[in-house]
Structures are given as C-alpha cells and as structure tokens.
Design a protein around this ligand. Structure first.
Ligand code: ACO
Length: 328
C-alpha cells in the first residue's frame, strides 16, 4: 500500500421501505409461528417493499449518504452497487442511481457476490479509488429480496427482508481505513444457494423450465458459515498484526442470530462485540452490513475518525465469504 493513496470512510447512510411484515403477519398464509422464526433465527420482523425497486432504495440510501457528507454528487467518480436482486440486468442498479442522483462524473456498475456483496464491493472500490483520478466513491448494498423469495416456501420466505445501505469513500493524504482483507469464493458449492436462474431459451433448443426463486439448503449454509467465517475473521486480524481482543466490533452479515452466536463462541469473543439488528430487518443480503454500520454510527457506538477497529464479514451465495479489517 505504501505508494498508493489512502482511502477513508467519510459518511454512511441507509434506507428501508416503510412497510413492516411481522412474524405474526406471515402466519396468515404460511404454516409457521413467531416462536419458530424467532427461536431459530432471531428475526421478529422485516421491512418489505410495496412499490419501490432496488434502485429506489439505493437512490434514497445514496441521498442520505451525500447529505451527511456535504459532498456534491458531481464529485463522485465511482458508484458500485452490490446486489443479487437488481431491477433489471441492464441498466444496472448503479447506473440508475448515478442518473437519479445526477452523479454525472461517475462510472457505475453492479457487483453480485450475494450476501458478501458489500465486502467485495468495498474491497474493489478501495483498490480503484486508491489509483484513480477522482476523489470519491460510493459503495452501496441494496436488495429487494421480497421479489426473489418464494412466498409459499416457509423455509426461506421467513428469512429475508428489503433495504439498502452504503458509504462514501474518499481518497486522501492522511487516513487509511482499510488495513487488511481476506476474501474467498468456492463455486463448487454454489448449489447450496441459488436465485434468479435463467434457462437457455431460444427457438433451436428444447423447451426447458426454470424456477427463478431463491432456494437454499439452510443446513449446508449453516455448516459452511461455522467452518469458514471464524477462520476468515482470524486471518484478517492476524494479517493486520493486531489481536482479536483489540477489535472493537465484529459486524457480521445478519443472516441468523444463532449463526452469529456460534461464530462468537468459536472465536472466544464476547457476544456484545457482535452487534445485531436482524430482529428488525431479517436477512437483507448485501445491505445488512451497511445498514448495521449506519445504525451503530447513528447510536454513537461507532464514531468515524475515532481510530476504533472493526471487522466487516460477509458470507452467502456463490459460495462467497470474506472479511475486511477497518480502522475508523
Ligand atoms: N416455520 C415452521 N417450521 C419450519 C419453517 C418455518 N418457517 N421452516 C422450516 N420448518 C421446519 C422444516 O420443515 C423441518 O421440519 P421437519 O423436521 O418436520 O422436516 C424443521 O422445521 C427443521 O428444518 P431445518 O431446515 O432443518 O431447520 P434449521 O434448524 O436448520 O433452521 C435455518 C433453518 C434457520 C434456515 C438455518 O438452517 C439457517 O439459518 N441456515 C443459514 C442460512 C443463512 O445463513 N443464509 C445466509 C446466506 S443467504 C444469502 O447469501 C442470500
């Protein structure tokens, strides 16, 4: 990093749709209960979009980030949206956000690494910004998972929610927030979580059918997370040459409260260092880490410029997983 510019986080923001669906609400059409959902996952409710698509949520998150930073949209050189539930394949959500906020000088693209998307996108943005001629990059994780889940499948429908969150990064002379990273993929195990399948379909192929709904082998994902995530956290901390005990907060993708507890136990770190908001939002995939980060900053638990150390860890479809160690 020595000859590269420094990159810091200057502001964060989020947006979630207004409509709340409680566990009780789901029992109106699913054979489930608040007891099952909250005891197995920690989820009590989720925000669900009624009309807004992923780009609408991301645009509102971007507006909030910019308002807090005082930076004009025209100063942004790069926009990356991490999403597995875009409005369309083209244009990308990032291009729609670029147009909506009039970030006329920004290049823009989407990145899909499922629930690890925010970690992947932050890593890519940091690398691009450190060598780029522009000063600011916007990284957003945004999802409308409610349009990809099968609302008749109780094993997945109860888990997900909609939302967007993100941060503004600035190339600067003094502060480098990104200390170390540990990022992985294993495509051989991709079938454990699939979504948005598109079968080959043209006049010269036999007719095929495909189900685009999200499908997940919950047990396989649980096992994968318990094996891979503690190692990733340990490795990213080791690379930064600090001790696990010196990390202030481990901000994990909010997939399941029991998973977070299992990771904290394996790392022998107190559960208080693993903040959670899954009870309010469910699993918002690429949006969960930035939404939680924004809330911790708003609550004053985390302060930008404080020199606190946090680890951001994502995991999910692909399979993908990874951690960033950040000094604020
Ligand atoms: N309500 C009531 N019963 C249910 C429900 C429900 N919503 N869903 C499943 N069940 C039943 C099942 O039918 C099964 O019944 P059976 O024993 O009669 O067959 C029983 O509950 C147990 O089902 P399991 O799937 O074995 O339940 P498990 O304890 O494994 O919990 C869960 C499931 C919560 C999904 C868990 O496996 C999990 O959290 N896995 C990790 C998921 C995850 O982290 N995903 C993150 C990545 S997501 C991304 O990348 C987009």
């Amino acid at each position: 990093m020595s000859n590269q510019a420094k990159v810091r986080i200057c502001s964060v923001g989020k947006y979630v749709p207004e409509k709340i669906l409680s566990n009780e609400d789901l029992t109106k059409w699913l054979d489930t209960s608040d007891e099952w959902i909250s005891s197995r996952t920690g989820i009590k409710q989720r925000h669900i979009s009624t009309t807004e698509n992923t780009s609408d949520l991301c645009t509102k998150a971007a507006e909030s980030i910019l308002e807090k930073s005082g930076v004009d949209a025209s100063e942004i050189g790069l926009i990356i949206v991490a999403t597995m539930s875009p409005d369309s394949q083209s244009p990308s959500v990032a291009c729609k956000v670029q147009g909506n906020i009039q970030a006329v000088n920004a290049l823009a693209f989407d990145l899909n690494a499922a629930c690890s998307g925010f970690v992947y996108a932050s890593s890519v943005a940091e690398k691009m910004l450190s060598v780029a001629p522009y000063r600011y990059a916007l990284v957003i994780g945004g999802e409308v998972m409610s349009k990809v889940v099968n609302w008749e499948d109780r094993s997945t429908a109860v888990l997900f929610g909609d939302g967007a969150g993100g941060m503004l990064l600035e190339r600067n002379e003094h502060t480098h927030s990104f200390v170390s990273e540990d990022i992985h993929a294993d495509g051989t195990r991709g079938s454990a979580l699939t979504s948005g399948e598109q079968a080959v379909n043209n006049p010269i192929t036999p007719k095929t059918t495909s189900d685009a709904h999200l499908k997940m082998s919950g047990r396989d994902i649980f096992d994968f997370v318990v094996r891979s995530v503690p190692k990733s956290v340990k490795d990213v901390v080791e690379d930064s040459q600090i001790e696990l005990n010196d990390v202030d907060y481990f901000i994990l993708h909010q997939a399941n409260a029991r998973l977070i507890k299992a990771v904290s136990k394996k790392l022998k770190q107190p559960i208080e260092k693993f903040p959670q908001n899954i009870q309010h939002y469910g699993n918002t995939s690429a949006a969960s880490i930035p939404i939680l980060l924004e809330e911790l900053i708003e609550q004053g638990d985390i302060q930008l410029g404080s020199n606190q150390t946090i680890v951001l860890t994502g995991f999910g479809g692909g399979l993908t997983w990874g951690s960033l160690l950040i000094k604020l």
